[in-house]
Ligand binder design. Structure first.
Ligand code: V47
Ligand code: SF4
Length: 394
């Protein structure tokens, strides 16, 4: 919910942000035009100050993280040819195509016992041979082996795919997966809702309205989810804000979103990157910080804004803690989707590295569970203000 905040107006140099700052100060909701004005402005310090003030009013100096582990069970996907931004998907007979057997899933998950893993984050392709039974067996088996681990699995697009191949309603599919162990859903698959952008980068994918409808159904069943936006390709500022407005509307209706995560487009090894002549050039730090800050300011009804360090680097993630972000993607053990698309970041961060990153920003690390309940607060470290806590390696 919007909260009134105290601003230092001297930190905002762009005069066009003044009316918007008035609204932020009294906790008034930003309009579509305000959102676009934020993206158009180059006053990154001013935008950062606005987002940081709202974030501090909500969360103080605390930064949350969860010890999670990504599992990508299959990269076989029927949309391989039409999601032109995706470097991960393969056709069934293509080189590198894989679908894990249950034994491989158990093997991949086994490290959870020797780490602090509290959440499996499971997403993959739209594979005709990975239907309801495949995921039911996977979730039941994982819960049996790791009863303490939360399962955050399957994007709205994957849920709709399973429903389609099983000839079931989305609601019944969600109920069946929930019963098998799915606890919450990740926010992937949203990309950008604008029909024009979708036709260019993700033709044939679930429409924006359909994505929202799956999330609405999930929320009505008590399955909470995250929301995302894939930015930095062909979308306009107006497309971005229209997308965020749809997420904000659903959140007003259901309150089911836990966190918003802007996803920075990675252009390597995919058709879109080649068409845009962008291979090797991902989004800029400037735009990464702006997307996080605008998420905090525009989505006034979403409590948590998460920075995904794998996508924007640990360094930008660290700075983002002063640009409206209160949550860091966790100790990911192995990740494929962005590394196929050119991410050069490490595949995993240890607890110690996460703590150093947060403390290096002079913030207090808090380990959370998947529902954002506090598990541990690391506020008793005597070296909190020591330069040794600066991030040195990731
Ligand atoms: O839907 C695919 C994106 C998403 C590329 O909910 C790409 O906590 C950048 O769901 N460049 C899947 N992005 C990942 C996902 C996710 C990730 C982090 C946190 C959460 C959460 C969810 O990955 C896809 C798509 O939007 N993606 N290809 C690419 N080349
Ligand atoms: Fe398939 Fe998802 Fe990649 Fe699209 S983004 S091709 S749906 S794996």
């Amino acid at each position: 919910m919007p909260v009134p905040v105290r601003l230092d107006r001297q930190l905002i140099s762009d005069a066009s942000l003044a009316p918007l700052a008035d609204k932020v100060e009294v906790g008034e909701r930003l309009s579509f035009d305000d959102g676009v004005a934020l993206f158009k402005s180059s006053d990154i310090t001013g935008i950062g100050h606005l987002a940081d003030s709202v974030n501090r009013a909500k969360h103080g100096d605390r930064v949350m993280f969860a010890a999670n582990q990504h599992i990508n069970p299959t990269n076989i996907c029927i949309l391989r040819k039409t999601c032109v931004f995706c470097s991960y998907a393969r056709l069934p007979k293509e080189d590198g195509a894989y679908r894990y057997t249950m034994e491989q899933i158990w093997e991949e998950a086994a490290t959870a016992n020797s780490t602090l893993t509290r959440e499996f984050h499971i997403v993959g392709g739209l594979d005709m041979k990975a239907g309801l039974a495949y995921y039911q067996e996977m979730f039941r088996g994982l819960k049996e082996r790791h009863p303490q681990v939360h399962i955050k699995a399957l994007t709205a697009v994957e849920i709709a795919h399973i429903a389609r191949i099983e000839k079931m309603s989305v609601r019944d599919t969600l109920i069946a997966l929930h019963e098998a162990g799915l606890d919450t859903m990740p926010g992937g698959g949203a990309e950008v809702f604008s029909p024009g952008v979708r036709a260019t980068i993700a033709d044939k994918k679930l429409s924006g309205e359909e994505y929202i409808a799956v999330h609405r159904e999930a929320h009505s069943l008590g399955i909470r989810s995250n929301c995302t936006m894939l930015y930095g390709h062909v979308e306009t500022y107006e497309d971005r804000i229209a997308h965020l407005a749809m997420l904000r509307d659903l959140q007003d209706e259901t309150g089911g979103y836990l966190a918003y995560i802007p996803l920075a487009y990675h252009p390597d090894h995919n058709e879109l990157g080649e068409t845009l002549h962008r291979t090797g050039t991902a989004t800029s730090g400037f735009d990464d910080l702006k997307n996080l800050a605008v998420g905090r300011l525009f989505l006034d009804n979403v409590e948590h804004i998460k920075s995904h360090w794998i996508m924007v680097t640990p360094f930008v993630s660290q700075i983002s803690l002063h640009f409206g972000v209160n949550d860091l993607e966790g100790t990911v053990v192995r990740e494929k989707i962005y590394h196929e698309a050119g991410a050069h970041t490490a595949q995993a961060m240890t607890l110690d590295q996460i703590l150093r990153l947060i403390r290096g920003a002079k913030k207090v690390p808090v380990e959370r569970d998947s529902f954002y309940r506090v598990l541990r607060t690391f506020d008793d470290d005597p070296t909190l203000t020591s330069p040794r806590n600066e991030l040195t390696a990731a």
